[in-house]
Design a binder for this molecule. Structure first.
Ligand SMILES: CC(C)(COP(=O)(O)OP(=O)(O)OC[C@H]1O[C@@H](n2cnc3c(N)ncnc32)[C@H](O)[C@@H]1OP(=O)(O)O)[C@@H](O)C(=O)NCCC(=O)NCCS
Length: 135
């Protein structure tokens, strides 16, 4: 968890508390980490909400980005979803996070809607884009 949290701190403009990570892990979780030897280089936090997977957070350590690891983690999540009999995945992403939106679009996610003032920023609030994929 210390290693996951270290990646979260520099990756998320308003990092989650460790308590949130623990809550997700404890609640019908499909979460996992990717390790290279003993080092965590990526994590995926997701859980089951009713008959759907809610992808809460997917992050790759800075120096390993753009090498296919995010896509690899999404493949693992989809395998886990199939094992759990889930066939749709929902997520929220910051409107300003164009990299993540490109990533999800490449992986066949579609924009469903926009949720106003969903995220905190340093100087106010920011909308979320809701994205969805049916397997
Ligand atoms: C989003 C994130 C997880 C993607 O992981 P990644 O390992 O770098 O992504 P991949 O290498 O698997 O890239 C897959 C595709 O996503 C898109 N993509 C990834 N990074 C991109 C970038 N910087 N700019 C544009 N498109 C990008 C591309 O289509 C890419 O395919 P390509 O390399 O064949 O062009 C990573 O950038 C990250 O950790 N960002 C910070 C945390 C974050 O914002 N998470 C999402 C929260 S909702």
């Amino acid at each position: 968890m210390d290693q996951v949290y270290a990646i979260e701190l520099y990756s998320n403009p308003t990092p989650w508390s460790e308590k949130i990570f623990h809550k997700i892990i404890e609640s019908r979780s499909l979460s996992f980490v990717i390790k290279l030897e003993d080092r965590v280089i990526g994590f995926c936090m997701a859980n089951r909400v009713l008959d759907e997977c809610h992808l809460q957070n997917i992050t790759v350590a800075k120096e390993y980005r753009r090498q296919g690891l995010g896509e690899f983690m999404m493949d693992i999540l989809i395998k886990r979803m199939r094992l759990a009999d889930l066939n749709s995945v929902l997520l929220e992403v910051r409107k300003s996070n164009h990299v993540a939106q490109s990533f999800y679009e490449k992986l066949d996610f579609e924009r469903l809607s926009e949720r106003k003032d969903y995220y905190k920023t340093d100087n106010g609030k920011e909308n979320a884009i809701i994205m969805h994929r049916i397997l």
